[in-house]
Design a binder for this molecule. Structure first.
Ligand code: AMP
Ligand code: MG
Length: 358
């Protein structure tokens, strides 16, 4: 059964909501403009819509101005599609949620402007959502896991998290580039991308199939923090020695992936041991990776803990996760007036309390 056909019991210490609550969530932090709609009815969450459009650079990485233009051009279409898919009109929506950071300044401002306009014109409150928190919350909802060790891996973030005293605590994070960025930059620099992901497989995974060999590359962990930049430099240098040798590129791709994922596994294991949690949750765009999912599952089995990998539909950036987190904001009174909505490019998820957390 698809995640859209299921309903999700809200396991929170909130007063029971008699009234039906519907939230429109807007995502625009980076490459995706997304609009999702959730409904809370009888303490159950229903996914009503999840529309999106991705900016895909023809060459190079994400150019913030180009992504901004993509978002401006697609925002009306995507919001109308989400409303149409849900069978609702804007007047039926109770709260407008928007991802206010972290992200790219020009991109963030598109979502915030749209949210401010809709909320002030139609007289709705706004839920200003942290994008990273939203990745985690949708994973927790879909998995049913309430207090896991969280591995958050995406294009712009790499963090190992736990929850304590109403806060997300960062047990470890990247000291330089994020995991998704490592894979994307490597693939781009050796000419195998863009596109970075085709049919759910990253370009690095596709080329890794060309060889079974492993070569040694820098493996850098400091405490529970990770560093990927030395690995990137070494992998690029090695790959460029025989750029047109398929076997050689296959060997480097396989080794790069192995080293990067194993570093993450080590920190996940250490966090599991330190915190005594009994489950692992994988979230963020890179959570769609089949090899990483298998590795995490193996670790979870070894330690006898539960494991859940967020499904690709809601692992990457999407409006639905913003809508659901907006619902949590609304239920716990973390909402604001449209003119107080400000974007924050470096908005960390461990800066403030979230009253719904354990
Ligand atoms: P997000 O920013 O959360 O949307 O995640 C985007 C990142 O996820 C980009 O770096 C993508 O290359 C990466 N990504 C998406 N699908 C996969 C996959 N199957 N394997 C590895 N990375 C992926
Ligand atoms: Mg993201």
């Amino acid at each position: 059964m698809s995640i859209f056909e299921k309903t999700y019991e809200l396991k929170l210490k909130t007063p029971y909501q008699e009234k039906v609550v519907r939230v429109l969530g807007i995502e625009s932090t980076s490459h995706t403009f997304g609009a999702g709609i959730v409904e809370l009815r009888d303490n159950k969450v229903y996914f009503l819509a999840n529309a999106s459009s991705q900016y895909k650079p023809a060459r190079g990485g994400i150019h913030p101005r180009e992504s901004f233009t993509h978002h401006v051009n697609n925002a009306p279409k995507i919001i109308s599609k989400a409303l149409r898919d849900s069978g609702l009109e804007i007047k039926d929506i109770d709260v407008i949620a928007v991802a206010v950071g972290p992200g790219l300044g020009p991109c963030l401002r598109v979502g915030a402007s749209v949210a401010r306009f809709l909320a002030s014109y139609y007289g709705k409150p706004v839920a200003p959502v942290n994008h990273a928190v939203a990745h985690v919350e949708i994973g927790k909802l879909v998995s049913g896991l309430q207090d896991p060790v969280i591995i958050y891996v995406s294009g712009g973030n790499t963090m190992i998290l736990v929850q304590k005293n109403n806060r997300y605590r960062v047990m470890g994070e990247t000291l330089d580039i994020p995991l998704g960025n490592l894979l994307d930059t490597f693939a781009r620099e050796i000419g195998i991308a863009p596109p970075y992901v085709v049919d759910g497989n990253h370009a690095v995974d596709v080329c890794a199939e060309w060889s079974n060999e492993f070569i040694s590359l820098p493996y850098t962990i400091k405490g529970c923090d990770l560093s990927f930049s030395g690995l990137l430099t070494a992998a690029l240098k090695t790959a460029k020695e025989h750029l047109h040798d398929k076997k050689h590129i296959g060997r480097v791709c396989r080794s790069l992936r192995e080293v990067a994922f194993n570093m993450l596994i080590e920190v996940a294991e250490r966090t599991l041991m330190l915190t005594d949690k009994n489950s692992i949750l994988l979230v963020g765009g890179v959570a769609a990776n089949k090899v990483l999912r298998e590795k995490m599952e193996t670790v979870a089995k070894q330690y006898g803990v539960e494991y859940y990998g967020t499904p690709p539909e809601v692992a990457g950036d999407n409006g639905l996760m913003i809508a659901y987190t907006g619902l949590l904001h609304y239920l716990f009174g973390k909402i604001t007036k449209p003119d107080s909505v400000l974007v924050r490019q470096r908005y960390r998820l461990d800066e403030e309390n979230y009253p719904w957390l354990p």
